[in-house]
Design a protein around this ligand. Structure first.
Ligand SMILES: C[S@@+](CC[C@H](N)C(=O)[O-])C[C@H]1O[C@@H](n2cnc3c(N)ncnc32)[C@H](O)[C@@H]1O
Length: 337
């Protein structure tokens, strides 16, 4: 029996340090719509390049590299095929992640990542130094980047909202407030799952026009623009998906206090964020945590840190439920109840 030798540590580290070209290669393949061009079957690089307006030898090299990670596959005739890792790059794929890939590889993220060391030294987001203002203010002032981010978040959400809704026993009546709900993908899934619920999508004014709720019918939801550091609308169930991870502890306590104040008797608050375990294992949240460090004052947290935040806001964590997605459900009620 033979066993694979351990990788040479030096080559392994060097290869990992060059790993950013993998993200760049994936973005290039998305921009050139290679996955879409392979939807009807395998093709030669020359055929793909002619359609995509690309240089055939360069495209062959790009795809050869991506194939080393299972994104596309080359056969003995030199034709490239879709694979399970390449298919989600298609815009029309059932669980397409195309818009999400374009968002997480966007220029504002790349350039901020060059300052990660400074972010670690200072404890301040790299983004603010490079772009001169906080991330969400920048998005508001730059509609193209704002649309790219909001569409990307909506895409990342779309692949997980059904898993989240299926993991939590939603109430059958009352009002759900999706706080910082973006385009409302989670609220849409919740309202579809429970026809007796009504909803409020609450976000910054520039974000709400892109919402996905129209198909529900106007009687089922309201759009409310505002600032969750000031106040949030009244309701029975508060959803905070990928919101607390954007903010410092003090800022999170303010958001949670505003939810507690606005919440009707018997109300609940659900934080839907990665909940990090104290181990050395890979976790999607440990990767998104690096994005948080680059962009915003927040971070991904562990269970104790969530309990502390809720406690400081007059709320009590009742349970933490895993979901098949990257986020867990941290459920809380008013501390006195
Ligand atoms: C990381 S996104 C999450 C969006 C959505 N919940 C999801 O999971 O797809 C954070 C959201 O918070 C919103 N947001 C940021 N600052 C806000 C504020 N001060 N008041 C209300 N919403 C805010 C952003 O516009 C954005 O939609």
């Amino acid at each position: 029996m033979t066993t694979n030798p351990s990788p040479d540590p030096v080559r392994h580290v060097l290869s990992e340090a060059m790993g950013y070209v993998y993200a760049a290669a994936m973005r290039a393949a998305v921009e050139l719509e290679i996955a879409e061009r392979l939807a009807d079957g395998p093709r030669l690089p020359e055929e793909l390049a002619a359609d995509a307006g690309a240089d055939a030898p360069s495209l062959a090299r790009l795809l050869r590299f991506l194939a080393t990670r299972g994104v596309f596959r080359e056969d003995a005739e030199g034709r490239f095929h879709l694979t399970p890792y390449a298919d989600p790059l298609r815009a029309d794929a059932p669980r397409s992640i195309r818009t999400g890939v374009l968002a997480v590889t966007a220029e504002v993220f790349w350039t901020s990542s060059r300052d990660l060391g400074e972010a670690v030294r200072s404890g301040e987001p790299a983004f603010d130094r490079r772009y001169g203002r906080p991330f969400f203010d920048f998005l508001a002032a730059n509609p193209d980047e704002g649309a790219m981010f909001n569409d990307g978040m909506a895409n990342l959400s779309a692949i997980e909202v059904d898993d989240i809704v299926a993991s939590y026993d939603l109430p059958t009546t009352g009002t759900v407030v999706d706080v910082g709900g973006g385009q409302g993908g989670l609220l849409l899934a919740a309202l579809r799952a429970r026809p007796g619920l009504t909803g409020i999508l609450f976000d910054r004014p520039e974000v709400l026009p892109g919402n996905v709720l129209a198909g529900l019918g106007e009687a089922r939801y309201d759009l409310v623009a505002g600032d969750f550091f000031e106040s949030v609308p009244g309701g029975d169930l508060y959803l905070l998906k990928n919101v607390l991870h954007d903010w410092s502890d003090e800022q999170c306590v303010r958001i949670l206090e505003n939810c507690r104040r606005a919440m009707r008797p018997g109300g609940r608050v659900l934080a839907l964020d990665a909940v990090i375990e104290p181990d050395n294992q890979p976790h999607f949240g440990k990767t998104t945590d690096m994005f948080m460090m680059l962009l915003v004052p927040g971070r991904e947290r562990g269970r104790r840190e969530f309990e502390d935040l809720f406690d400081r806001a007059g709320l009590r964590v009742t349970r933490v439920l895993p979901t098949p997605s990257a986020v867990a459900v941290v459920e809380a009620v008013a501390a006195a109840s």
